[in-house]
Design a protein around this ligand. Structure first.
Ligand code: NAP
Length: 434
């Protein structure tokens, strides 16, 4: 029997478990460990609450969790309740699928001011992540700046723009829904350090901005090269750029405005005790496509600044780390003998949810090659983990526990919503103690 521990129950964790379960069948026991009592990681806490069709992928993960050889072990913080070294003793291989849940620093003065928030925190707040339930972002001012031109920046701009009615059918948490309804923000500036051709936004997500009830997107035609140049773009980018060109023509009279400021590099955030304005430097592109400052600066008023400049994987003591890449140091997923990384913890925060499937399968193949199935003896596996947790007084949650929580969340849902997420550890655990 082989024993595996996969740490992190987001997409990368689930696809890796699926691949291992297929490869080993009954010859393996796989524990899928999560710090939180509930599964799905990025699907529950990262994917936007108004993108329910994307979240539906969790139904597929449920089948994996219900496999006889697989066990969900929630509410276990690796590094705190149990160390990586202990897990490596207990299991034939430990696979890090911890994602990239931490914000990267902007590295500019004023970043510490009240009102400057990283996207991990802001997204966690509206998605009901317990670490950010008390974030209370300042929405009392009229202007917000969003730094970055990726899909997370789009999510944040859209969430700040939607009316209460537009959240029907979403699972946005009540504390965020109420705060957003009271928000005074009318002008949202999306700040990109490069141009429209260099965006990392996908067409479907960008197109949504053109159909909001109370907000209208704007671009400046002067920021675009001649239209013929678009033909050379990769088809997805070309579609996105077509949306951006269309935004320059929209003149709908709506109360909120989403302005795309391209060729604008953030250099400083200023304000008395709290953010009041973002200072940006105009840029141009060099021959390699990198942005270079021109020395000319201007002010973007902003009492809320959300930096959406991609994420990093938090290091774990004793695990080799690639500081520049913000992920575990690894060679095609292999960190060290018996220790692997998958998904964003392996390659950094890129690609779609589906990208993690081939990623997880590839690492699983490497594991099978290194650790062929065997019928006898071996490690203590899950029994050993249970003993350690019991000794430490940790009460892990099972997939059946999650089903209980899931039913309670569904029963408490607002009209039209799939669930009312509980956002605190104690509420999840209280539900199980009934
Ligand atoms: P991302 O796609 O890597 O975009 C990051 C953006 O931040 C880029 O525009 C980048 O500009 C900019 N940036 C980086 N460092 C900066 C700095 N110091 N100052 C100013 N700008 C800076 O990251 P993301 O938006 O966090 O998304 C992460 C991943 O999740 C992506 O693969 C994304 O597609 C995916 N995602 C998908 C969806 C969806 O499909 N619905 C939703 C959310 C996220 P440069 O290009 O100049 O570096």
């Amino acid at each position: 029997m082989r024993h595996f521990a996969v740490i992190g129950s987001g997409p990368a964790g689930f696809y890796t478990v699926e691949a291992l379960a297929k490869a080993y069948g009954d010859a393996a026991r796989i524990d899928l460990i999560d710090r939180l009592p509930v599964p799905y990681g990025l699907i529950r806490f990262g994917v936007a609450p108004d993108h329910q069709s994307i979240k539906a992928v969790s139904r597929r993960y449920d089948k994996v969790a219900e496999d006889q050889c697989v066990r969900f072990v929630g509410n276990v913080a690796v590094g705190q309740d149990v160390t990586i070294a202990q897990l490596r003793e207990l299991y034939d291989a430990v696979i890090l699928a911890t994602g990239a849940p931490s914000d990267r620093a902007l590295g500019i003065p004023g970043e510490e001011l009240v009102g400057v928030i990283g996207s991990a925190a802001f997204v966690g707040w509206y998605n009901g992540h317990p670490d950010f339930a008390d974030l209370d972002p300042p929405l009392d001012g009229e202007s917000a700046a969003i730094i970055g031109n990726g899909n997370v920046a789009l999510d944040v701009a859209r969430i700040l723009s939607k009316t209460r009615a537009e959240f029907v059918g979403s699972d946005i948490v009540d504390h965020a829904l109420d705060a957003l309804e009271q928000s005074n923000i009318r002008t949202i500036t999306l700040v990109g350090r490069r141009g429209p051709h260099q965006i990392a936004m996908t067409p479907k997500e960008l197109g949504e901005l053109g159909h909001l009830d109370a907000a209208v997107p704007h671009t400046d035609p002067a920021d675009f090269p001649d239209a013929e140049v678009d033909a050379a773009l990769e088809p997805g980018v070309r579609k996105s750029v077509a949306h951006l060109r269309d935004f320059a023509k929209l003149d709908a009279d709506k109360p909120k405005h989403i302005n795309f400021d391209f060729f604008a590099k953030p250099i400083r955030i200023e304000g008395e005790h709290r953010a009041q304005r973002l200072i940006v430097e105009r840029t141009r592109l060099d021959d390699t496509g990198a942005s270079i400052g021109t020395g000319e600066t201007y002010v973007v008023p902003a009492s809320l600044v959300v930096s959406c400049i991609a994420y990093r994987t938090p290091p774990i003591p004793g695990v080799p780390y690639d500081e520049a890449g913000g992920k575990f140091a690894n060679d095609h997923g292999l960190v060290e003998d018996g220790l692997y990384a998958v998904g964003w913890a392996r390659r950094g925060p890129s690609g779609t949810i589906g990208t993690n499937r081939p990623d997880g399968y590839e690492v699983a193949e490497r594991i099978v090659a290194a650790l062929p199935p065997r019928s006898h003896g071996g490690r203590a596996g899950g029994d050993g983990l249970d003993a350690l947790l019991a000794a430490a007084g940790v009460r892990p949650t099972s997939f059946a526990d999650w089903r209980t929580i899931e039913a309670a969340e569904a029963a408490a849902a607002r009209d039209g919503a799939p669930r009312a997420k509980m956002v605190r550890h104690e509420d999840w655990l209280k539900t199980l103690n009934h």
